[in-house]
Design a protein around this ligand. Sequence first.
Ligand code: CMP
Length: 254
Amino acid sequence: MGHHRRIDEAVRDADNVSDKITPIVRIRNLGDSAIEWEVKYWPIDYAKYNDTDALVRQRVWYALRRSSLSFAYPTRTIQVERKRPPRPTTAEEGIIDRLTAIDVFAPLSTEEIQQLASTTVGHVFAPGEALIRAGEEGSSMFVVHNGRVEVQVVENGRPRIVAVLNEGDFFGEMGLFTGEPRTANVVALDETEVLEIGHEAMRRLFETNPSLVESISWTIAERRAGLAATTQSETSIEESAGVLVSIKRFFGLK
Ligand code: CMP
């Protein structure tokens, strides 16, 4: 039995549908997402038109369901585009790789790196934005994750570029480790994502990794020399030792 006949019978059996005149069932339109059928029948009592119409639709629905014919709802192919997570929340693996590649973190165990990675906070800066301003207080350091920054000191009202730091370099360690005000401006050159490492996370690592304190104090002594305007003095052991002492004092280490 074709769909046509099934509909025809279902309609004809409905209450108030005249069996004197055969209902007409025909295709009205081959549409984009459905074939539209038209069903015409003659009510016995026209006053009951609304009830009859509802009943006829119900009968058609059941008849079609029995023939395993589903109604055609408009369908569309949906391309699901997963939004990439906003830049500040870089995937943890990326952060772990980044931190692992940093020289001074070499003494850290895999667990310590993982622990550190989970406490870092990402920040994205526009080109030209200052990440750190000389003279401010600050108790975090930053790792350049993407992009580039410039370290500048202002001399006689003019900025002097002290260094350009790239992916994998860190800055802000002076303020973090000595408790002194920021020594320079750090300005993003490109769109730059940095990973912020806080005081507490560092303190924990210092307790278990004395060599980390030492290597960082070397970096600080070296950079201090770089900051000194004219006299590009060699970094001395004493200078580094002085930094080491002040770091230990600041972190309450023995
Ligand atoms: P901090 O003093 O906390 O803030 C400014 C930062 O600039 C400083 O830490 C260092 O990380 C960085 N910085 C200062 N001097 C130099 C330098 N000579 N070379 C590279 N980075 C530097």
